[in-house]
Design a protein around this ligand. Structure first.
Ligand code: ADP
Ligand code: MG
Length: 294
């Protein structure tokens, strides 16, 4: 049976969406830093072979990451605990499981194991691999690839809550609906026969890269709220030039110096993340009680 999210020590958050370029990685990094500033001990897990989150934490995927620094050993069965892949980062209080292009192999390894190992549950590899980490960290944040891959399914099954960044435009909205209906189908085929369901403690839709001057996006925002209701958070992450500045310097808004020329924009962006982080902190502390059944 599936683990009861309320019984685990650390809260595991998957940052997920079908699409690339919707601010998943930026959100994962900023939220990790924001939560760490509130005193939480954080593990970030990069599961996207592109390794963007890894880069934001100062490690170069192409030259500095070996397979044993990644989730690959977990996927192959060589390792049973994610802790074997953990490395410290420059940011005090945040550890990293890195990603690199070699991770692409996970998409072949997991289904291959299912054929050869009896009772092998491909969707529970992360969930059981995180067991040890749940006793060490307060929060585990998993950044996922832009697809409903074996990796993403594993991340969602291991997660207690989900953060889905969603820019308010029509195509991203449509793809987010496809994402959830596909994931629901996957869960039904995996669990229904066992009389089990996947439950999340929270599912946060975060409007991201929001351009207030864009009239179309105001309409799409209404559709999003109609479709997802109270799961859409009040806080919106504005589209700002500061995001590009931060990623060019391989960091987030929490890394930038507030005395810079873009101080006002930086404050606007940072205030939005602060609010998102505050909301997540409440959910992590268990004050927020919800059961979302998939
Ligand atoms: P994903 O992980 O979903 O592919 P990223 O977080 O890598 O998306 O973001 C994609 C690009 O969008 C990056 O170049 C990033 O700097 C930029 N970006 C992210 N958030 C914002 C924002 N709020 N405003 C403007 N650009 C943003
Ligand atoms: Mg990404």
């Amino acid at each position: 049976t599936l683990r009861d999210p309320k019984l685990s020590a650390a809260t595991t958050i998957a940052v997920a969406n079908f699409k690339g370029g919707v601010s998943k990685t930026t959100t994962a990094a900023a939220v990790a830093q924001g939560l760490s500033l509130l005193g939480h001990k954080v593990l970030v897990i990069d599961t996207d072979p592109q390794g963007s989150l890894t880069t934001l934490f100062g490690v170069l995927p192409d030259t500095e990451v070996e397979a044993h620094h990644t989730i690959l050993s977990l996927c192959s069965g060589e390792s049973e605990s994610i802790m074997e892949a953990v490395q410290p980062t420059y940011w005090d209080g945040i550890d990293l499981v890195a990603a690199a292009p070699v991770l692409f192999n996970a998409e072949f390894l997991l289904p291959a194991r299912q054929k050869t190992e009896s009772n092998f549950a491909f969707w529970q590899v992360f969930d059981s691999g995180l067991e040890e980490a749940r006793d060490i960290y307060d929060v585990i944040i998993i950044d996922t690839p832009p697809s409903l891959s074996y990796i993403t399914i594993n991340a969602l099954i291991a997660a207690d809550g989900v953060v889905m960044p969603l820019p308010p435009n029509a195509l991203d909205f449509a793809s987010s609906i496809q994402f959830w209906s596909l994931f629901t189908e996957v869960c039904e085929s995996l669990f229904k026969a066992r009389g089990d369901t996947k439950k999340f403690s929270f599912l946060d839709i975060v409007l991201a890269r929001v351009d207030k001057a864009d009239a179309v996006s105001l309409d799409v925002r209404e559709w999003i709220i109609q479709a997802y209701g109270s799961k859409v958070l009040q806080v919106e992450i504005p589209k700002t030039s500061i995001a590009a500045t931060a990623s060019a310097e391989f960091g987030t808004v929490y890394d930038l110096d507030s005395s810079s020329a873009q101080a006002k924009t930086l404050k606007r962006a940072r205030d939005a993340y602060d609010e998102l982080v505050k909301h997540l902190a409440l959910q992590i502390s268990g004050v927020w009680e919800a059961d979302i059944e998939i």
